[in-house]
Design a protein around this ligand. Sequence first.
Ligand code: ZN
Length: 380
Amino acid sequence: MRFEVSKVLDAIEGRLTTDPALARAVIDLSEIVRYADLDGGRPASLLRLGLVIDALGRHVAEENVPVYAIVPRGLLSDADLTSNERMVVRRWADDGVVEVVPQLDDRVLEVAELLGLPVLTRTRAEQFRDRRPWVEDPGRLLAAVPGAGGPVLVARVGRGEIPAVAEPSPMGRKLLSRVWGCPDTNCGAYGQGGDPDSPFADMRKTTSPVSQPPPSLRAGVPTCPRHGTRLRDAGPRPAVEVLSVRIDGVVRKRFVVSTETPVVVGRAPEGGVMLGQWLTDDARKWISRGHVRFALRSGELSAQDVSTNGTGIRPNGSLEDDDRITLGRDEMRALGPNDMVELYAQVHVGRAKLWNNGGVTQPHSVMGEAPTMAMRKFNP
Ligand SMILES: [Zn+2]
């Protein structure tokens, strides 16, 4: 059973991010692990995070939906978790897939506000509205509650639809336009303070400047949420575009293209976005290992064919055959806001905002390997 639990925790880890471009909701991990009514089990269990992540995936009907988890430091030594669970949370903290803070304070709501994301919490809006009036906007607070087919998310206000692409606040946009450096040399999130020419610079486990989490604001000053130190402005941050891969009507994956990092999408590209696992045999034969290269330069997103069979462009998402433009080998084209790139029939890549619904009723569960004990409540 221990083996199965560790596989579930690995699957959960794959859904944790503090990358503002990829996160779809913000949670307080110390709150989620205590939702005992979700499975009727121990006072605290890390597996409940998996139940909530699955609920979020079903809510947006999309595969591989990541969450931004904030961990108050006390949870790392919480005696209600197993020693294995505590060790896993510490590993997540060290790897920077969760954000650790000395005290939770207002950080969950701050991140949600800056990034424009919903908060998954059972706390009622009344408790927050004096400081954060937007908590009463439709769909900004969602509670995970037990449901017949596993936990479901219920909005405090409105229908609780989560937009495909979050809209950061004006302050969030301002903070995300810069790279920040923490004076603490061990800082994983803003570890730009060290000497970049040091022979050990590559070995530092730091978040790339493109995916740095939003700083905390203390009295208007950008501050490291973990170390409480004032952050140094280390220059402009590379721009990003979030793209989605949609295959046979289902959004399979999101990825980020930045001005610094072009991304190759194909059947099995080296270091790019690999589609092979989701393709039919015919599509797999047609699509090259590396098929199309996305780049972002001076605010312009472009697609360049690097395949054997060519890449289609669907201007404004039109599926009419007359509208399809074919790029031959090495040809490049700037993409309009609603243009879709077609690698094969029904294999599309476009800006994430193009598809508001992920198109999948039962997304792959991170709890797939969970021991039956943890799932007891859902199989009446
Ligand atoms: Zn720091």
